[in-house]
Design a protein. Structure first.
Length: 368
């Protein structure tokens, strides 16, 4: 089986070369070929009715798949072979209005978005995009379609290739796991996936994991211990206490209560009541002043007098990571810390915070 790679305008030709090289290093029945980047004129020849493709910032799923099919026809690519199209444009969803789509497939055409990757260093992009390719190949070869997606995609991430990832930390979690769960393997087997193709896919995701150096010494999911919070708010991981000052501890507990939920810096103050409840529970006396100050309220927490102190928030995150690192080492800290990343919304950078630990690895009393 052959897998052809192409990109539409804006995608750097070098990126395609790197992806093809990386994927081709892993032996197996799937053979990857690079068709290069299709420039605008090619798109226009195929789709004469689309005049301003270069100025559109969205690539509609339907149009993308149709473009892929026509391109396959023009290039004499047999229907059973697969074409992967990379684009920097936003992927327009025909079904549910999820915020960000990273990839999509239909009818032996896969489309992968080469954007929203700022969370990772640029040198790692070829590996992350290669992962997107094999992930879609696996789903396609498992006989699944986007219409029955909800039956096989894990909407709450469990560290499987089929995790649905809405935000970068979830992708990172998936990459680090390099794992396909038994449920998903069974679906693939029942669709008679070629075991050698499956091996190639597994080898690829393993190789991606080793290419992302921080994860080089990463561990399998079953090696991750749960985060256990006592009634008094003491935090334990692997029976080691994670010791934090009151305010960073309150923040960490707050994010543990919201696993997988990205919270923008500017909206953190909307959770004042939750934060106050947690903070009052764990702190050793004193007022709530420091918390109010962080969120930009007056000392009684009644009036807004400014903005969230982003510098202070950053320091708290840093101190949490530092403590995790000292107790668990670098690789595991990646997993347990509060992640932060930047994403452009209407051309304005927005800052997000999130815990990527799966819900079933967090044990926290209900009254927090
Ligand atoms: Zn799975």
């Amino acid at each position: 089986m052959k897998v052809f790679l192409t990109g539409v305008t804006e995608v750097e030709p070098k990126l395609l070369i790197d992806i093809q090289k990386f994927l081709s290093k892993i032996g197996g029945p799937m053979e990857y070929q690079n068709l290069g980047v299709s420039d605008l004129s090619r798109y226009k020849t195929i789709f004469p009715e689309v005049k301003d493709f270069d100025t559109q910032d969205e690539f509609d799923f339907g149009a993308a798949i149709k473009f892929g099919q026509l391109l396959k026809f023009k290039e004499d690519i047999p229907q059973e072979d697969i074409l992967v199209i990379f684009t920097k444009k936003k992927l327009g969803a025909p079904i549910e209005e999820f915020k960000t789509w990273f990839s999509y497939f239909d009818d032996n055409v896969i489309i992968v978005r080469d954007k929203e990757l700022d969370f990772f260093p640029k040198s790692k992009w070829p590996f992350i995009l290669s992962h997107q390719v094999v992930e879609n190949l696996f789903q396609l070869l498992s006989g699944t379609t986007i219409k029955n997606a909800s039956q096989f995609i894990h909407l709450s991430p469990k560290g499987c290739l089929n995790d649905f990832c809405s935000y970068p930390p979830q992708i990172e979690f998936k990459l680090r796991m390099a794992h396909i769960c038994n449920d998903c393997l069974n679906i693939a087997y029942s669709n008679k996936i070629d075991p050698n193709v499956l091996r190639q896919i597994k080898d690829t995701i393993e190789s991606v994991r080793t290419k992302l150096d921080n994860f080089g010494d990463s561990v399998a999911i079953e090696e991750f211990s749960p985060v256990v919070v006592s009634e008094k708010g003491k935090i334990f991981i692997e029976d080691r206490e994670i010791q934090l000052q009151d305010l960073p501890k309150a923040l960490y507990l707050f994010f543990l209560k919201k696993p997988g939920v990205p919270i923008q810096n500017q909206y953190l103050r909307n959770y004042k009541d939750d934060l106050v409840r947690i903070y009052s529970k764990i702190k050793r006396g004193g007022e709530n002043g420091p918390l109010y100050k962080l969120l930009g309220f007056d000392e009684r927490g009644e009036k807004t007098i400014g903005y969230l102190n982003t510098e202070a928030l950053k320091n708290h995150r840093y101190n949490i990571s530092k403590e995790l690192k000292s107790k668990l080492g670098e690789a595991k800290t990646e997993f347990y810390q509060i992640k932060s990343w930047r994403k452009k919304v209407n051309n304005m950078p927005q800052f997000y915070n999130q815990i990527g630990i799966p819900e079933d690895l967090i044990q926290i009393p209900h009254n927090f």
